[in-house]
Design a protein around this ligand. Sequence first.
Ligand code: HAM
Length: 420
Amino acid sequence: MRYRRVKGTRDILPHEAEARRGLESQVHEQLSKAGFLPILTPTFEYYELYQRSTGESSDIVTKEMYRFQDMGGRDLALRPEGTPSVMRAVLENRLKIPIRLWYVMPMFRQDKPQKGRYREHTQVGVEVIGEAEPQADIELIKLGFDLFTLMGIKGMFLELNTIGCRECRSGYTEQLTGFLKEHHDELCADCKVRMNRNPLRVFDCKVASCQSILKQAPSQRDHLCSACIEHFDAVKAGLERFSIPYEENERLVRGLDYYSRTVIEFKSSTLGAQDTVCGGGRYDYLMGELGGPPTAAVGFAFGVERALLASRGEGIFEFNQSSIPLLLLPLGDEAKVYSLELLFKLREAGIGVQAEFRSGNLSKQLKRANTRNACKVLIIGENEIASGKFILRDMQTGDQQEVGFDELLNLFCSAKGQSC
Ligand code: HAM
């Protein structure tokens, strides 16, 4: 074969595409009830937007961006995540805050492909902009919990942490940097860079030797200011009150630079290495970083591919050609023209019908109907057109009956006639 899809991309075949539509409409219904409005932003933006928001110390910006220059010399990037572009759109279009927005959009990251990790994936994201209270965090986490329960995510658990605010984080990063300096020579090359750019990022490192050093790292808990402790305690109390199970994970820092205070990840034990279905948290400084007024915000996003994997398992979307409830088989040119008219009339009446317009005698047409997986066929020749009576054949049993248009409608408008 001459052309193949690009490494890390996927063809989403009809069964999976249908399942995604179902998932999206379920999500749409739930989010509308919670006051979320849909938004869509461009697939590419100025590179600087992500550099500034997702952050210069994130793996996404340093290693995974599809960055390119267009013919006008603009420095652009394919969207790796939705939060920065949504915030830019809110600012640029002067949307009134507070506002709750949601999106389903493709994202692009040039990471190493593996099960559940692709170079193009789709995220459903929700952003609550302009709500600073811990109740907004609780509401959002409950929304995610209910959505994933509804979707039937298997082996789901929630990890929770707080990474403090600007004030209390600076004392902690100083102490952490001191600790990392002491272990400088034992750190991997990436962590040596992370240490200078954003020391918290070292907790994202997957290298075993770094992980074991980090076990002795100072805890951020000892540095939280009273406002951050109060916020975190309120979030935890809320989750307990609404019976949402969670595990506190002090090492959860998330891989993007804009977070503050609450951070969360919903995981599934069924997924293997890429087990995070959903990630999110507060990002109270991002709007200010982008040149807007200081605006608290909290949100999350989940990967549609991972959600489907975790709810339905692998192999479920193997594609089998689906059946055609009714196939018109015209015999001859006049019948072809007539069939087209009949096709439109039947469809108008709500019947799922197709026609086989290739020429051929009856036995050839019946063979084609078999290949196309037709349940029933309607044979249309010159005599049938003249009499207005057609032969309806059941492709499984071979039974035939003569039917007029009205009988056909009666047969197929009842659920019985629509399936094999
Ligand atoms: P993220 O954790 O980078 O967060 O991505 C969110 C989710 O997208 C992940 O939990 C995962 O399910 C899915 N995902 C990420 N990368 C891939 C990939 N390469 N292949 C397949 N699925 C993937 C964000 O993007 C933040 N914008 C979330 C957020 C919204 N925070 C606040 N509001």
